[in-house]
Design a protein around this ligand. Structure first.
Ligand code: FE2
Ligand code: FE2
Length: 368
């Protein structure tokens, strides 16, 4: 059998935004920053998503409630643009976001809504270090380019929504066949996001990557759908033959993923690489002792290293047919032992320790 192959990522939304920014700069050199935030309708949170920043330090891994901003809420409800010609005069530093904005030396801003078939889903912000940079002419240019960015994001979100339907089916199936609970998938996805955020600085990960790890993590074991009950649900230890069958869930998972992506015609979606890597590599260990390809160290994509740690952590923390529940400290000690033995990524393990309070809140929110 040929080893299953890893795919190289193609341009992401972040890369496309920076190309579009390049073109904007040719026409309006004063526009030094373009950033898009996405609105989560369930929680009313606006989350930083993609940005192209030529002057100042980008803000990332940040979220704030739409309802807390009167002017943005108004903008979201209607259409049009919000122009601020003199930021230091107009903005009160009453949030991390506004303090950050003031500290960057931006003098003026342009904000408009992002829509998908008329439905609000986020904002595009443009900033300049010049006062009053957003003249009518610049606004016209920006609106034109906004529609391009809007289109790129909404087609990607539509693709992700299609996969999202499959994720729900996967969760239901796991629940129904009793090999995993929906709560495990939710917790390990949230903990994967926490780890990704903590290691983002060191590995240069952007928000787009972090959100995608969160989004795709629940599909890591989708291939278990194809494993017979007597092996999948066996209460005792598996025999070597049974274990060999169990290991095939990775290849089965890859086949299912390719079918889903093919059915929705979205195989080329750049972020699908993250999904494929998670499914394919979540049982690889850094010392080459994992499966299916026995990959080593940096050959294992970071998204998979993150999900592996989050998955093992959650398994240790919860009762399984073959083991009792461990405490947070016991689980962390075991992960550290595995990192010291060269199996797990030590940065990802330590990230769990740094995020202790957030992890405890995830644990208490999603039980079962
Ligand atoms: Fe697995
Ligand atoms: Fe799992």
């Amino acid at each position: 059998m040929h080893p299953l192959k890893l795919l190289q990522p193609s341009p992401t939304l972040s890369a496309r935004l920076s190309q579009i920014h390049e073109r904007i700069l040719e026409r309006a050199p004063c526009v030094e920053r373009i950033a898009c935030v996405i609105h989560d309708a369930d929680s009313d949170m606006l989350k930083t998503f993609i940005n192209s920043t030529r002057a100042g330090t980008p803000i990332a891994g940040y979220e704030f409630k739409l309802a807390d901003s009167v002017s943005l809420s108004r903008l979201a409800a209607g259409q049009g643009v919000r122009i601020i010609d003199d930021i230091p005069a107009a903005i009160v530093p009453n949030s991390k976001h506004s303090s950050w904005l003031l500290s960057q030396g931006y003098q003026s801003s342009f904000t408009t809504v992002l829509n998908d078939e008329g439905k609000f889903f986020g904002f595009l912000f443009a900033n300049s270090t010049q006062k009053g940079a957003f003249t009518l002419e610049v606004q016209r240019d920006l609106l034109l380019f906004t529609s391009l960015i809007n289109m790129a994001i909404s087609s990607e979100l539509a693709a992700i929504r299609s996969i999202s339907a499959s994720i729900e089916v996967a969760k239901d199936l796991a629940n129904l066949r009793d090999f995993e609970t929906g709560a495990h998938l939710e917790r390990m996805a949230r903990n994967s996001r926490l780890i990704a955020r903590k290691v983002a600085g060191k590995y240069g990960l952007n928000d787009e990557f972090v959100e995608n790890v969160y989004f795709f993590a629940p599909l890591h074991d989708i291939g278990k759908i194809g494993i017979p009950d007597e092996i999948l649900l066996k209460p005792g230890k598996l025999t070597p033959d049974e274990y060999a069958v169990m290991r095939t869930h990775v290849e089965k998972g890859m086949r299912i993923i390719e079918t889903i992506l093919g059915d929705f015609n979205i195989s080329e979606l750049p972020n699908c690489t993250i999904l494929r890597n998670i499914v394919l590599c979540h049982h690889e260990f850094l010392d080459g002792s994992g499966y299916p390809n026995g990959l080593r160290s940096a050959d294992i994509p970071l998204e998979a290293r993150i999900v592996t740690v989050a998955d093992i952590f959650d398994a240790l923390m919860h009762t399984r047919p073959y083991k009792k529940q461990w405490t947070y400290e016991q689980a962390l000690a075991e992960l550290r032992r595995m990192a010291a033995a060269g199996q797990l990524d030590a940065d990802c393990v330590e990230a769990l320790d740094c995020a202790k309070s957030e992890i405890e809140s995830v644990l208490s929110q999603y039980t079962g």
